[in-house]
Design a protein around this ligand. Structure first.
Ligand SMILES: Cc1cc2nc3c(=O)[nH]c(=O)nc-3n(C[C@H](O)[C@H](O)[C@H](O)COP(=O)(O)OP(=O)(O)OC[C@H]3O[C@@H](n4cnc5c(N)ncnc54)[C@H](O)[C@@H]3O)c2cc1C
Length: 499
């Protein structure tokens, strides 16, 4: 078979790229190894229940934001998004709840002063400094979506279009977030660490200040939940591809790229032996490691790229799916609680034991009995540990049980109001993610958003092959449905710009 563009992977990144290209008149085929689309954003089905795959916090659903701009090109309606108020509550280890989002700037400043009286002015000043820079960055990314690969001329134009913020943006580009937290208390820094870890998978010590500006102000601008959950987005994108004449082939595993004699990529060879030709471009929705390791192949991967891939790291996720008595929801401060379970004073922040994200689905949101609510608890873990030391399946199960027991104890200590009204249904480990998506070591999310992410060392949508592009959460701008959608727009614009 022959298409103009072949997309490998039907995660949100692959689907969005294919939907945009198909709507722009390009003949496109998506290859997906699973029997359904969604990748990391696929709901977990267990025992008749369906659980949301993560925190269920979705950014940029305001009119005119990235999702609205993508759906404006598609022949289908976007999923219905409902603004969360608050976006979430951060529960600190001293049982103080900090509401984030769903309030005016003054109300949020008052919340910070009440929660962090020991550094109230510095905490408020930290957020006040972030807001205008984040707004300038959002405007710039709107003008030039491929911000990281912008030409020198485009960068100069962008800075010229932000005369009030240009010098600060330039001066702060190499800063870590911690450099701007020196006047704040260790309590406030942990409040920031937990949120940065959730949104950027890095802490204040490492996270680039400019990435933090965008990540920390997003919940204040508004986060959303999707009616029908994240599956509603997947279904809408798949429907758009089909309506525009595109093809999605499920249960179809891509093995490697096919090359001609001159080393030019001409298509994709499947596990089944079939070859799918691509006359214009190939798009990989696989992680950067898997794009080079599996599709491109070692022979075609330059040593410098191999070295960068070796140095790149992402976290694993450990999830607990549970059922909660419906009436217990009323005792919780919000549907989404980011619980900081330990201050970890005097040590480097270790998210694998210090924070959990608790998300209780709203009534009727998922397939559960009327008197129950589906709960997804997500935590971070070192992915590699789940692939080492196991001689057989029982080793993995023992590690799963041990991890569950530790998180169950931390959950009840952090949220004592749950009492005995919550029951475990299932868990997911990096091995589950590996089985589901084939991501290297089941690693999830983005590759650390350090200041180096603003340099030539960062992975962008471009690869070392001129007609192979990458889309997804391991390339700029990073993890989250909004970021992955942004990366899809970048790739679609490069292959077939909107007329
Ligand atoms: C625990 C958790 C919680 C999260 N919470 C949120 C949240 O609240 N809000 C938010 O916005 N984001 C959240 N995210 C992030 C978001 O879900 C991901 O960033 C996003 O779904 C990643 O999409 P992707 O397109 O990059 O790739 P993936 O989802 O990895 O999709 C890749 C696809 O490629 C397929 N594939 C792989 N190999 C092959 C092959 N050889 N041949 C064919 N197909 C192949 C896979 O099966 C998969 O379908 C969360 C993620 C996790 C893990």
């Amino acid at each position: 078979m022959r298409y103009e563009v072949v997309v490998v992977g039907a995660g949100i990144g692959g689907l969005t790229t294919a939907a945009l290209l198909a709507a722009r008149g390009v003949s496109v085929c998506v290859l997906e190894k699973e029997s359904r689309a969604g990748g990391c954003a696929t709901p977990f089905a267990h025992g008749g229940y369906e659980f949301e795959p993560g925190a269920g916090l979705y950014a940029c659903w305001q009119p005119d934001e990235i999702h609205a701009r993508v759906f404006a090109e598609l022949p289908v309606a976007p999923p219905e998004a409902r603004r969360l108020e608050p976006a979430y509550v951060v529960r600190l280890p001293d049982m103080i709840d900090v509401r984030v989002g769903g309030a005016s700037d003054e109300e949020f400043a008052a919340t910070l002063c009440a929660a962090f009286p020991e550094c109230a002015d510095a905490a408020v000043a930290f957020y006040r400094e972030l807001a205008p820079l984040a707004a300038a960055l959002r405007r710039s990314a709107r003008r030039v979506p491929a911000l990281l690969s912008a030409t020198k001329f485009q960068r100069m134009q962008l800075l010229a279009s932000e005369p009030r913020h240009a010098s600060k943006l330039r001066a702060r580009a190499g800063d870590t977030t911690s450099a701007h937290l020196t006047n704040t208390s260790p309590r406030f820094r942990r409040f920031i660490d937990a949120q940065l870890q959730l949104c950027t998978q890095t802490t204040s010590e490492e996270c680039a200040y400019l990435f933090a500006a965008v990540a920390l102000t997003e919940p204040l601008r508004g986060l959303y939940e999707l009616r029908g959950g994240v599956a509603a987005l997947t279904d809408a994108l798949a429907a758009a591809i089909k309506q525009c004449g595109g093809t999605i082939r499920f249960d179809t595993t891509a093995l490697r790229l096919a090359y001609d004699q001159s080393g030019h990529a001409i298509g994709v060879d499947l596990l089944s032996g079939e070859r799918i030709e691509a006359t214009r471009a190939i798009v990989s929705n696989l992680t950067v490691w898997d794009t080079y390791g599996k599709l491109v192949g070692l022979k075609h991967t330059p040593p410098a790229v191999r070295a960068r891939l070796r140095d790149a790291h992402a976290w694993g996720a450990y999830l607990i799916f549970a059922e909660l008595d419906a009436e217990a929801r009323a005792h919780l401060p919000a549907a989404r609680i980011l619980a900081l379970t330990d201050w970890q004073a005097g040590q480097a922040y270790d998210p694998t034991s210090a924070q959990l994200m608790f998300h209780v689905a709203h009534e009727g949101a998922t397939h559960v009995p009327a008197d129950k609510r589906a709960v997804t608890i997500s935590t971070f873990t070192d992915a590699a540990q789940w692939f080492a030391y196991h001689e057989d399946e029982s080793g993995h199960e023992a590690q799963d049980q041990e991890t569950l027991a530790a998180w169950w104890a931390r959950l009840h200590a952090a949220l004592p109001e749950l009492g005995d009204q919550i029951e475990v249904r299932e868990t997911a480990t990096p091995r589950t993610y590996y089985e589901q998506t084939r991501r290297k070591l089941g690693m999830i999310g983005s590759i650390g958003r350090t200041p180096a992410s603003f340099t030539a060392q960062a992975f962008t949508h471009r690869t070392t092959l001129p007609n192979l592009y990458m889309v997804g959460d391991t390339v700029f701008p990073g993890a989250s449905l909004a970021a992955v959608t942004h990366s899809a727009l970048i790739v679609a614009n490069e292959i077939a710009p909107k007329r």
